[in-house]
Design a protein around this ligand. Structure first.
Ligand code: RUB
Length: 304
C-alpha cells in the first residue's frame, strides 16, 4: 500500500484520526494522495483505486461517512486517459473535503440559532459538528454553559472540554454515569452522529442512547448535529449498521482480572422517538424524514 495512504488508513484504524467527519475527509485525502503519486497504466490505476477503496473501507466499520466519502470520490471517477482519471479523483476528493467543511459551518449556523441565550448544553464524546453549534452560539454573543461527559473508555470528552475552554466557554466535565444527576440543570443536549439510518435512528458514541433516554424522561430537547453524508443509503434496503467492538485493553488490563470477560462496543443506536431534531447543512429536520434526505437531498456518494 502507498505509504501516505497507509499512514491515513492506520491513523483511522488506531484512532489517531477519529470522529466521523474527520475520518471521511481523511479517506478522501488518502485517495487524492494515491492519485497524485500514481504512475502507470489506466488499468493499473483503476485496480489501485479499487484496492485503496477496499483498504479504507476496512479501517473502521460504523461511521457511514467513511463509506460515503470513498464512494463520492470513486463513483464520480471518469476520463479516457490515466491523467484524466487521476485528475478526476483529485478533483472529487477536494470537492468532498470542501463540501464537508462547509457543511459543518452551516450546521453550526443553523444549530446556534436554536440555542437560547442563557442555556446550559450537554454534549457527549467529541463531535466537530456538535462543537460547531456550541461555538457559534457562544460567538454570536449568547451566554451559554456546557456540561460534557468524559466519554469512557477512550476519553474523547477531554478533547471537547479543552476545545470549549480554549474558546472561553464555561465548561464542566462530568463522568458518563453522572448524566442523570445533572440532567435537571440541562436545557438542551447536542451530540454528533456517525451514521443515521433511514428510519431516523442515530448511531453515535456508546452512551448516547442512555443520555437520550434520560433527556426524554426529563423533557429536555435532544438534538443531533450531522452532515448529510452521515445518512446511510444502505439502511433503506434493510442493511443493519455494524457496531464496532474494540479491544478489552481500552477498558482495563484483562491480565489483572483473571476469569473476567470484557465487552467494548463503542457505538449505540438512539431510536428516533428520543430525538427532537437533526441539524444538517440543508436545515433542521425531524428524524422521521431521514429517508427523504437519503432519497432527495444527499449529494454525497452512494454505493452503485
Ligand atoms: C466519535 C463520535 C462522534 C461522531 C461525530 O467516535 O462518536 O460523536 O463521530 O463526530 P470516535 P463529528 O471517537 O470513536 O471516532 O461531528 O466530528 O463527525
Amino acid at each position: 500500500m502507498h505509504p501516505g495512504v497507509k499512514e491515513i488508513g492506520e491513523g483511522i484504524r488506531e484512532m489517531r484520526i477519529r470522529g466521523a467527519g474527520r475520518i471521511a475527509r481523511a479517506a478522501a485525502e488518502a485517495l487524492k494522495i494515491y492519485a497524485e503519486d500514481f504512475s502507470g497504466s489506466r488499468d493499473e490505476f483503476i485496480q489501485g483505486v479499487e484496492k485503496v477503496k477496499e483498504y479504507l473501507l476496512d479501517t473502521r466499520p460504523t461511521a457511514v461517512s467513511l463509506r460515503n466519502a470513498v464512494y463520492y470520490v470513486v463513483n464520480r471517477m471518469k476520463g479516457e486517459s490515466v491523467d484524466e482519471l487521476r485528475e478526476s479523483v483529485i478533483r472529487n476528493a477536494e470537492e468532498f473535503i470542501t463540501l464537508s467543511k462547509e457543511a459543518v459551518k452551516k450546521i453550526g449556523k443553523f444549530g446556534a440559532q436554536r440555542i437560547r441565550d442563557g442555556s446550559t448544553i450537554l454534549t457527549h464524546c467529541n463531535s466537530s459538528a456538535a462543537l460547531e453549534v456550541i461555538i457559534q452560539a457562544h460567538r454570536s454573543g449568547k451566554e451559554i454553559k456546557v456540561f460534557n461527559t468524559e466519554t469512557r473508555p477512550w476519553l474523547q470528552g477531554h478533547i471537547t472540554s479543552r476545545r470549549l475552554a480554549e474558546e472561553g466557554i464555561d465548561v464542566t466535565m462530568i463522568v458518563d454515569s453522572a448524566v442523570r444527576y445533572f440532567m435537571r440543570d440541562i436545557d438542551v443536549v447536542v451530540v454528533g452522529a456517525d451514521t443515521i439510518a433511514s428510519n431516523g435512528a442515530v448511531i453515535n458514541k456508546i452512551g448516547t442512547s442512555q443520555i437520550a433516554l434520560v433527556a426524554h424522561e426529563a423533557r429536555v430537547p435532544f438534538m443531533v448535529a450531522a452532515e448529510t453524508y452521515k445518512f446511510s443509503p444502505e439502511t433503506v434496503i434493510g442493511k443493519l449498521v455494524e457496531i464496532e467492538e474494540r479491544p478489552a485493553e481500552e477498558i482495563a488490563d484483562p491480565k489483572e482480572f483473571p476469569g473476567v470477560k470484557f465487552r467494548n462496543p463503542v457505538f449505540d443506536a438512539t431510536p428516533p422517538e428520543y430525538i427532537d431534531a437533526i441539524i444538517t447543512e440543508v436545515g433542521i429536520i425531524s428524524p422521521y424524514i431521514a429517508y427523504q434526505i437519503i432519497k432527495e437531498v444527499m449529494q454525497f456518494g452512494v454505493e452503485s
